[in-house]
Design a protein around this ligand. Sequence first.
Ligand code: GDP
Ligand code: MG
Length: 304
Amino acid sequence: MSNIFTKWKQGLEKSSKAAFGQIAEILGMSDIEPETWDDLEALLIQADLGMETVDCVLDALEERVDREGLTKMRQLQGGLKEELRGLLREPPQIDLSRKPTVIMIVGVNGSGKTTSIAKLGKRFSLQGKKVLLGAADTFRAAAVDQLEIWAQRLNLPIIAGQMGADAGAVAYDTVQAAIARDMDVVLIDTAGRLHTRYNLMEELKKVHRVIGKALPGAPHEVWLVMDATTGQNALQQARAFKDAVHVTGVILAKLDSSARGGMAFAIQRELDLPILYAGLGEKPEDLEPFNPDAFVAGILDGMN
Ligand SMILES: Nc1nc2c(ncn2[C@@H]2O[C@H](COP(=O)(O)OP(=O)(O)O)[C@@H](O)[C@H]2O)c(=O)[nH]1
Ligand SMILES: [Mg+2]
């Protein structure tokens, strides 16, 4: 257990030192005054919690101040921790019982899709699952190469189309191959950029549909990879993906590179999607099932 907390603590070092570090400082010393309250609000916004979430946290804290007659910011430390933790849900159990379980991975270009697929592939194969990768990001040649290199390094089979090949056809072939080869889990990489946002969403819908033709009921999961460093902008993009394909959960990548880990709260509150995994580094082992306790402890590390 302490091992996992250490990993999160290291991964969240940037967040805990930046915006949340300043929050810890404010809560460390001063009396409760209107200006410190304003500073706290500004820092929570800066930490990327999103306006709605910030309002909700501050309301809850104000209520505590009234109810408990608090006068020192320091007395709000525990309250903030509790309020933030209360905003996060435990991730649901991932159901890999369907054979094969088909997981479609979506997200904007550069968000961390291909890397997350490598990480998931490693994780699931360590759990004894037979994993097949499908390289359906056929818009960029480099994207297919990148997944092929991961497949080789992790010793995972892959179905890849040529650049410019039909993404739906690659996805279809991948699912059919998985059925024929008795695989347990299929991870399908998709494009994050096409000529227009409209084209991208239409292609993703098509890939989704075609997967369902290859295996009724599939894809069983559609996971949206979000880049924790892009902030509130990413929420807008996420809504487009959510509308286009039925997203079932989020992988929050690059938490280790972000100084504003507050995105996690906004995702749960404003998108109403569970965060399933967090990317805490670039290596295949740097993916952790989302752990709300470890996460809150990690971002508020400077607070005691
Ligand atoms: N530090 C860090 N880098 C990441 C993480 N996930 C992905 N990356 C990096 O982000 C860049 C884009 O990732 P990629 O998987 O190619 O994104 P894609 O375009 O969505 O497939 C690469 O340089 C990855 O190494 C993460 O969790 N932490
Ligand atoms: Mg990619």
